[in-house]
Design a protein around this ligand. Sequence first.
Ligand code: ZN
Length: 558
Amino acid sequence: YTYKRIDPAKVKSQMAEIIEGFNNAKDARDQNKWMDKTKAIFSDYETYASIAHLNFNRNTKDENATKENDYYDEIDPSMKEISLNWAKTLLNGKFRNGLEDIYGNHFFNLKELELKSFDPKIKKLVEEENKLKNEYTKIIAGAEIEFEGKTYNLSGLVPFHTDADRDIRKRSYVARFGFFEKNSEVLDIIYDKLVKLRHNMARKLGYDNYIPLGYAAMGRTDYNHNDVADYRKQIVENVVPLVSRLHKQKKEILGLDHLYFYDGINYKEGDPKPKGTPDALVLAAQKMYGELSPETGSFFNIMINEELLDLVNREGKMGGGFCTAFPKYKRPYIFSNFNGTDHDVTVLTHEAGHAFQAYSARNQPLMEYYWPTYEAAEIHSMSMEFITWPWMKDFFKEDTERFKYLHMVKSISFLPYGACVDHFQHWVYGNPEASPTDRKIKWSELEKIYLPERDYDDLEFPKSGGIWQRQLHIYQVPFYYIDYTLAQVCAFQFWTKFNADRKTAWDDYHRLCKAGGSLPFTKLTDVAKIESPFKAGVLEKVVGEIWDWLKSVDVKSL
Ligand code: ZN
């Protein structure tokens, strides 16, 4: 795939021509032709920007890749400005009704949010924000941690956290948090600047604080922070007690009187590991997707044949996993950091869920409809983790049942943590004058509500309330976190559906993938024939089904 730099000045003049043509069009159909031209321009932009971003993430030490990524960060505000002018043109178009007939109103709702989330007067602030975010990325990706005579990055250290030997687990965490402790001050400064910068942006755009701006930037058209606060309460009421019960069960499985933070394993012998090399895992995945459905079969063959996967951890590579896409070429790309844990398999199925959605929606008529907003996007990925359960025996062999139990426990236990991160961010942006110390105190307070069992023993850094600094979303994409919990509740519903009737469930899932981002979250749940997690009582019901299954597992036999 070719890569180019986009020149914003050139795009600006092309767009001026398009806007004139659009405004002089005779009818909606005529306007639509100009929309197609815009689509081509922005599709190029998104494609090249995501290639630049990907190359940087693949090797953060490559000077050239860093330069290209910086370039796309730098032009981001100018491109936002161009996009904003186009949004204004669209919203004020003479034949908007005709276009709404073709595309539905979601597109226009999204454009309205674009207007609410950006203005040229915050352009400089956005540039500064991008620079700060990259500073954070560089610190995290550049981690070089000494452990047992070797040097590791943060992803590389993870397997030791789940070692069967408690002492290794603890010491590996001491090493990890030592890195954060060392960088604590600079991480505090970066975040403090980001919070103040974002608050400043919000004030310039006429908001009281950053919360409504953050929601607009996330493209949330169908719910607000009050709905989210109610939903978090449902988590506290229905999930936190269940996680406490699982905690007790874990003590029994491990034969420990008390669990500390570093007791992240779930079985005495350590957690199940995938059997086989990364290449073998990919082959198993290819077989699995071939058997799952004709659509997933041809999709995954493309991913392999066109080298759209970078899966294994290596030095200089950015941590984590993500899926990106090149709309110009109608292709997704999967990035991850295999490190030999069970997470390798879940990250692969997870990111493949995203990629399959992007691939399935590749013929949506608008760029804006390729991907849904984040909370809806995570439904495809998190559901895929469960849809692939019947094939887990190919990855985990004799440890399959252990893996399934662990996967479910981890998934349900994630909800309170996700809500805690979300609650924290609402507090941070609601209190922009708070000091770094205030933030740490607040985090510790919230942990007591959402994660009451957590005990850091004598690990000083997390004990002082700093552990959230490892959560990159908090720095990079404010308010992007509750999304995972909302999607998890949807994925649990798919798990139930697939247990009942795989054929119907697959049709519902595939329909959802094809719908892409053509609708907002609470409408996409209708498309998938599942219930919105915001609806009162849904969480209680869904969690009840999961608990019934967990109870039925004879943990002693695992
Ligand atoms: Zn995801």
